[in-house]
Design a protein around this ligand. Structure first.
Ligand SMILES: Nc1ncnc2c1ncn2[C@@H]1O[C@H](COP(=O)(O)OP(=O)(O)OP(=O)(O)O)[C@@H](O)[C@H]1O
Ligand SMILES: [Mg+2]
Length: 312
């Protein structure tokens, strides 16, 4: 890996009885695009806030951009851009005023203001809306403005907490085009997301579960972790089909996506034949039976399922 820019050892944070982050060991390389995923309440926001120097550590050590989180959390702030999960703009201020506000907050040199603001407005496709109040922007535009405000001081590390939640697919893609650009320019990005297609775009993904980092690897390797192979059938009678096949030998899990029935099986070729036979025998019409590539979503649901089973 390239130089490590974020490193934590045994990082923990307690809120009274809740152990929100539990002995987290994490090493993020300079320039990585790192995805943070996990169920609601897993500890993603707490992790990001700790790394942003906004929360004190209960236990453990962490360095960000060479600074010690325990002793130098104030010095970290100018090197990072943190975008909170909730709305963090000034609703009454216009797009431009919000940008200027954050520029002042981060001591952006006056002579650089105009150019940076202009670039960011273009970047976020907000040039036409400079005079609109932030509170009157669409949800997607608000997220892009929040990102622009996060970028105004040109931080080398970005910590983004569910930046696209609730945003329409087009804006989501635009947002990710921006992130990909930043990534290509060498910015280190840690982004939490509930969207598995987004996790799939990261160089590595960390899955947090009950405050613990339970897996941390490239999307390809995480998908390869799934025990078995995925077979897919397209059928209008997916409910009937699911009931019929989910208890057949070798079928480990069954999930439906619209008319697609996805079955995790121990042996793709063998089970594809058996399931085809069973469906035909029971008069269930289907098409497009095939061994399908595993999707991040399936790998994720399956991992969580196994963790919950282990927990009893
Ligand atoms: N300020 C706080 N005081 C008390 N408990 C807190 C506080 N912040 C977080 N927690 C608790 O810590 C745990 C982790 O919360 P956190 O917000 O980090 O989860 P998350 O993974 O970001 O969840 P979500 O996906 O819902 O945003 C939860 O049990 C939460 O209730
Ligand atoms: Mg959160």
């Amino acid at each position: 890996m390239t130089d490590t820019i974020i490193q934590t050892t045994g990082l923990s944070r307690n809120f009274k009885k809740t152990r929100a982050v539990d002995t987290l060991d994490l090493a993020i390389g300079n320039g990585e695009l790192f995805g943070l995923v996990g169920p609601d309440g897993a500890g993603k926001t707490t992790t990001l806030r700790l790394l942003a120097g906004l929360l004190s550590l209960s236990e453990g050590e962490a360095t960000v951009a060479g600074y010690d989180l325990r002793k130098q959390s104030e010095s970290i702030k100018k090197h990072i851009g943190y975008m909170a999960q909730q709305f963090s703009l000034y609703a009454e201020l216009t797009v431009l005023e919000n940008l200027r506000f954050f520029a002042d907050l981060y001591d952006v040199p006056k002579e650089e203001m105009a150019e940076r603001t202009e670039n960011l407005l273009q970047f976020a496709r907000l040039t036409e809306f400079t005079d609109r109040r932030a509170g009157h922007l669409s949800g997607g535009m608000q997220k892009k403005l929040a990102l622009a405000c996060t970028l105004i001081h040109e931080p080398k590390i970005l910590l983004l907490d569910e930046p696209t939640t609730g945003v329409d697919p087009i804006s989501r893609r635009e947002f990710w085009d921006i992130l990909t650009n930043l990534h290509l320019n060498g910015t280190t990005i840690i982004v939490s997301t509930p969207y598995m297609d987004e996790a799939d775009r990261c160089s590595r993904v960390g899955l947090i579960y009950e405050g613990k980092l339970v897996i941390c690897d490239s999307p390809r390797k995480i998908k390869a972790e799934l025990p078995g192979e995925m077979v897919e059938f397209l059928t209008d009678e997916w409910q009937k089909a699911k009931t019929l096949v989910e208890n057949l030998p070798g079928v480990l899990e069954a999930q439906t996506y619209g008319e697609a029935l996805h079955l995790l099986v121990d042996d793709g070729d063998k089970r594809l034949k058996q399931i085809t036979k069973a469906l035909t025998k029971n008069g269930i019409e289907f098409r497009g039976a095939r061994i399908a590539p595993v999707r991040m979503e399936e790998a994720f649901i399956s991992l969580i399922q196994r963790l919950e089973d282990d927990n009893g």
